[in-house]
Design a protein around this ligand. Structure first.
Ligand SMILES: [Zn+2]
Length: 408
């Protein structure tokens, strides 16, 4: 159980509530209390009031509601030297979410409880690629639905609170349309509607990087952060941005496509149709292509990292080159937004120091922080994400929590 809440933020304060209506304020207070229980459980109401700064009466009312709804369990009696023995509360881990992460080549499915514990999982591979026919996409969705129903059946003693789907591509949160997904095969169908139809339940669907940002805040150490960027580095580059307390979405939820900034106008053709995008050199796409050619077999990120860690100089070099290009790209984002924190997520983060050291070095080389007259406050923290392997899956869980008013 995690009991510390390390703060790497500009302002270690509770969420901004200046413009909250009473209903929003209530939702935010529920969110704050659930997160405090998540961090400190088992915990008493009095300690929750102290930890959150909320009025004890407010804490009691909201905890009562959460117990009635089944999110929180009244637990064991605490022990004090004298006086009343307080009741400790915990999150109800019978509440679970089905999470689906749709990525190029396969879908990862998992049942995850409210504490973030992964209870069961499955993977459904598919051959289809971008530009596949609608029927092929529907067949793949049908296979995913089969696996989803089997997982739900295996945990039928639990209370399913919803279904979250993370997908590489941008999802308009009003229309649920998948707007930009050059790497995945869902362009020919209405993905959201098709999934709801075959899974027979409402779903929450969101871009993988935004989902990742949500999960890093809920399950990670950054709940209090008001400015942070989650950068997922794998076969592509995805960014989830939290600026001044809000997720930056832009028009039609299309903001954050830094992977498609032009780095080299004369470079190779990108899947988006432009040339020389950051994603071509700053993601593992190129490195995997080169490594696969060299080893005469398909090499994925996990294998490349394993090779590098076992002393393969070529593999380490490919990772370092990728990291350097990514760091250069992040320097542009840093110049624009000056976030205090970059969380590096995605499978690329499995490389640990092999990716972080060259990435940070490149970032520092290309930003103002190397100048003597620029304050040190412009130097961001770089940390490896909590879920390098399962970040989008955990993000899908975060989507469901967000839907229930648990997350901003
Ligand atoms: Zn591109």
């Amino acid at each position: 159980m995690q009991v510390t809440n390390k703060r790497i933020t500009d302002k270690p304060t509770r969420p901004r509530r200046a413009v909250a209506s009473s209903e929003t304020a209530r939702a935010i207070n529920r969110d704050i209390l659930l997160h405090a229980i998540h961090l400190h459980q088992p915990v008493s109401r009095a300690d929750l009031a102290r930890l959150t700064g909320l009025q004890p009466s407010t804490v009691s009312v909201i905890i009562g509601q959460l117990i009635d709804e089944g999110w929180v369990l009244p637990g064991t009696l605490g022990r004090l030297p004298r006086g009343r023995r307080p009741t400790f509360v915990t999150l109800n881990d019978r509440h679970v979410t089905l999470a689906i992460d749709l990525r190029p080549g396969r879908a990862n499915l998992a049942v995850v409880d409210i504490n973030g514990k992964l209870l069961g999982r499955d993977t459904v591979p598919y051959e289809i690629k971008a530009g596949s026919m609608a029927d092929e996409a529907r067949t793949a969705i049908a296979h995913i639905a089969q696996a989803a129903h089997a997982l739900k059946a295996a945990f039928k003693d639990r209370a399913f609170q919803g279904l979250g789907v993370s997908v590489s591509g941008r999802v308009d949160q009003k229309t649920h349309r998948l707007l930009f997904s050059p790497n995945v095969p869902w362009g020919q169908i209405d993905l959201h509607e098709e999934l709801q139809r075959v899974l027979e339940t409402p779903i929450e669907m969101e871009n993988a990087a935004n989902a990742c940002l949500i999960s890093e805040r809920w399950f990670g150490n950054f709940y209090d952060a008001s400015n942070m960027l989650v950068v997922s580095v794998s076969e592509g580059i995805g960014t989830g941005m939290l600026v001044d307390g809000s997720v930056v979405r832009g028009r039609n939820d299309m903001a954050g496509e830094f992977g498609h900034m032009t780095i080299n106008p004369d470079g190779e053709l990108c899947r988006c149709g432009n040339r020389g995008c950051l994603e071509l050199s700053g993601s593992f796409m190129k490195a995997l292509e080169l490594a696969s050619r060299l080893h005469r077999r398909p090499i994925d990120i996990g294998q490349l990292v394993a090779l590098a860690k076992s002393g393969d100089v070529g593999a380490a070099r490919l990772i370092a080159d990728t990291a350097t290009q990514a760091g250069r790209g992040l320097a542009m984002i840093g110049a624009a937004l000056n976030p205090p924190l970059f969380v590096i997520a995605g499978r690329g983060a499995l490389a640990g120091d092999l990716i972080m050291a060259p990435l940070i070095a490149a970032y520092e080389r290309h930003t103002l922080i190397r100048r003597d007259d620029v304050p040190d406050a412009m130097r961001p923290n770089f940390v490896v994400g909590r879920f390098t392997e399962n970040d989008s899956l955990m993000g899908a869980v975060g989507l469901v929590l967000r839907h229930h008013g648990r997350l901003r």
